[in-house]
Design a protein around this ligand. Structure first.
Ligand SMILES: [Zn+2]
Length: 255
């Protein structure tokens, strides 16, 4: 499996589209190509060079800065399946929670419904041999999580600490935005743990952090995945995991 990040709106939204390619067949999907002027030329060049065969658009959720480029992409690349949540622009297929499909020969994809940021949020867990990755949209960021626009703390707790936490620890995380620097500031305000300090050092030296950290790392440095940590419970004044989640989100919103 080859994953190419395509940054969009750098310095503003700091979004990522991702091109995922099955190496033997070159079959590829483009995840969240929300700004076609920044994505289509890259894909055109690779199609022309015979490096990829574009087989689908995949969306993590319906927000315009993730799914808002679908119609323009379809106009440019012709008819393609659009795999995503039910409210995504021109969606043609919404996989059920736990449903699997393939990209080419080797990549198996499992859809994980993670409603909260939006009710149609889907994370995509992909495996090719020993390689494991997950595209988390605006549900899980490196050291953070999305705002609860259409859901509540109970749902985000389930999404992060049950659904995503049950993936293998060595699964690499590819989020929908580069927010690590500001996320780590918040984590440090809550906890001065070694993993958080280590992440701060990394974020200070690297502009891009997608694919560099795993679900196992998130369980150590992401305070939203540490709702059972006594230090974080103390800081929030709560012990119930859902109440800790709600308190953390409110603290982050107020920061
Ligand atoms: Zn969003």
């Amino acid at each position: 499996m080859h994953v190419q990040s395509i940054p969009m709106w750098t310095g503003k939204g700091n979004n990522y589209a991702y091109l995922v390619t099955d190496e033997p067949t070159k079959e590829s999907v483009i995840i969240d190509p929300a700004n076609p002027p920044e994505v289509a030329p890259e894909l055109d060049a690779q199609i022309k060079a015979g490096k990829i065969k574009l087989s689908a658009i995949v969306n993590t959720h319906h927000h315009w800065d993730h799914a808002g480029g679908n119609d323009e992409m379809l106009k440019h690349f012709g008819k393609l399946p659009v795999i995503g949540g039910k409210n995504c622009q021109s969606v043609t297929q919404t996989p059920a929670h736990g449903e699997t499909f393939k990209i080419g020969e080797r990549i198996s994809v499992k859809a994980l419904h993670t409603p909260c940021h939006t009710q149609d949020s889907i994370c995509y867990y992909m495996q090719d041999g020993d390689e494991k990755v997950v595209f988390t949209g605006d549900t899980l960021f490196i050291a953070g999580c999305g705002r609860f626009f259409e859901g509540n703390a109970q749902e985000m707790h389930k999404a992060l600490n049950e659904t995503l936490a049950s993936l293998p620890d060595d699964t690499k995380v590819y989020p929908g935005h580069e927010y690590t620097k500001s996320n780590v500031k918040f984590c440090l305000a809550v906890s001065q743990s070694e993993p958080i300090k280590k992440l701060e050092a990394y974020a200070n030296q690297h502009q891009q952090t997608q694919g560099k950290f795993t679900i196992g790392d998130e369980k150590l440095h992401n305070v939203f995945m540490r709702v059972n940590d006594p230090e974080i419970q103390k800081k929030t004044g709560k012990t119930d995991p859902v109440e800790v989640m709600a308190a953390l989100r409110e603290m982050k919103n107020a920061m």
